[in-house]
Design a protein around this ligand. Structure first.
Ligand code: ATP
Ligand code: MG
Ligand code: MG
Ligand code: MG
Length: 353
């Protein structure tokens, strides 16, 4: 029969809602002549619910919540050893459309490794280091990838000596600076501190979401993003620019306000374009990514200097998100992109077994 693709979405993460939206788009766009599509909903409480195959079009994303009638197996049954060994229920490939901790960070990828099932996207190490902004930046540093000045603080260090930490940030980073939870996305928990007075609030906010935060120098820059796809042989998309009508590209601007413009392709000097594209591929390789990633860069307004901000191993993936739009502009439509990523996942699994 057709290859069985399990679309895993939701998850115990602050980005649960974003994931649901993504899954809705992907499930509707995926070629169902070619693939059998099985929805797997991880509730916000972390419970795995496997649904019956989706044949037609979903009318609204709430259909993905899989009420009890649609649930084919009971809680966690999909994860039991009998399922792992049962050729009957094991998917041929998993598409983990999960953002943030427990989904984009190597944990769920480790599970698929143990199950010996193919999956879309980066493996355990690539996912884990790209999710942790501190580890990511430390690797960039080792590879001479240009980035803004940063430092990290653990909750333990913070509670030991708040004033010492504030002083250290003052002298090592200065203002304005950005304070971020180390392991998250969608700008959740991120704030900009313009003065020392704001710092306490920013630190407290970031520590609501993580045990570790990163503090980095704010740069007055254009925000340029690219998609990278591939396993060993990789390709980079055209560059896109984000123009957010807010102080920075925060959660509201990403998902709610409708005032953010994505300019694709970004208007960049040839030299700058080559520079960001080369760096995007270098960052992807440095972090041991595979399948797909969106690489976010800054191009400083004063002198066009390029910095890599971060790599997202499971970027926003609705048809209106930057990553699919970048590929559309590069010549790969949404459905074709999904197909390509599924094939890359299968190929990677075959090469390794
Ligand atoms: P996502 O994964 O959704 O792209 P994220 O939560 O991982 O986001 P970042 O991309 O690191 O967070 O930062 C979110 C936004 O904050 C950036 O798109 C940018 O607008 C702003 N920002 C972050 N760091 C800096 C910086 N050092 N200087 C200037 N602006 C910054
Ligand atoms: Mg991110
Ligand atoms: Mg992210
Ligand atoms: Mg980003």
């Amino acid at each position: 029969g057709k290859p069985r693709v399990a679309i895993v979405y939701g998850g115990k993460s602050a980005e649960y809602e974003v994931s649901l939206q993504t899954a809705y788009s992907v499930i509707n766009a995926i070629n169902k002549e070619k693939y059998e599509v099985i929805p797997v909903h991880i509730t916000n409480a972390g419970r795995w619910l496997e649904g019956k195959p989706v044949a037609g079009h979903l009318e609204y994303k709430e259909q993905l919540l899989l009420d009890e009638n649609r649930v084919a197996t009971s809680s966690n049954e999909w994860l039991t050893p009998s399922t792992i060994t049962s050729a009957k229920s094991k998917p041929d490939v998993v598409f983990p459309l999960l953002h943030g901790p427990n989904g984009e960070d190597g944990t769920v990828q480790g599970l698929f490794e143990l199950l010996d099932v193919a999956y879309v996207g980066s493996g355990v190490s690539g996912s884990a280091v790209a999710m942790d902004k501190v580890l990511m930046k430390d690797i960039f540093k080792a590879h001479n990838i240009p980035q803004v000045t940063y430092m990290s603080v653990t909750k333990y260090e913070w509670h030991q000596d708040q004033h010492g930490v504030m002083d250290a940030i003052h002298s090592a980073i200065g203002f304005p600076c950005f304070v971020k939870p180390a392991n998250l996305g969608s700008s959740i928990g991120i704030s900009k501190s313009n003065h020392a007075d704001d710092l306490m609030k920013s630190m407290k906010l970031a520590f609501l979401y993580d045990e570790k935060v990163v503090i980095e120098a704010a740069v007055d820059a254009r925000e340029i993003e690219m998609g990278v796809i591939g396993n060993d042989a990789i390709e980079v998309s055209v560059a896109g620019e984000i123009i957010a009508d807010s102080s920075f590209y925060d959660y509201e601007a990403k998902y709610k306000d409708g005032h953010t413009s994505l300019i694709i392709p970004a208007k960049l000097a040839e030299k700058t374009l080559t520079e960001v594209q080369t760096l995007a591929m270098k960052a992807f390789k440095a972090l041991n990514c595979s399948g797909l990633s969106r690489v976010d860069c800054f191009v400083r307004k004063s002198d066009q200097k390029v910095f890599v901000n971060e790599v997202n191993t499971m970027p926003g993936f609705t048809p209106h998100s930057m990553f699919p739009l970048l590929w559309k502009n590069t010549g790969l439509e949404y459905s074709a992109l999904i197909d390509r990523l599924i094939r890359l996942g299968i190929e990677r699994h075959q090469e390794r077994s």
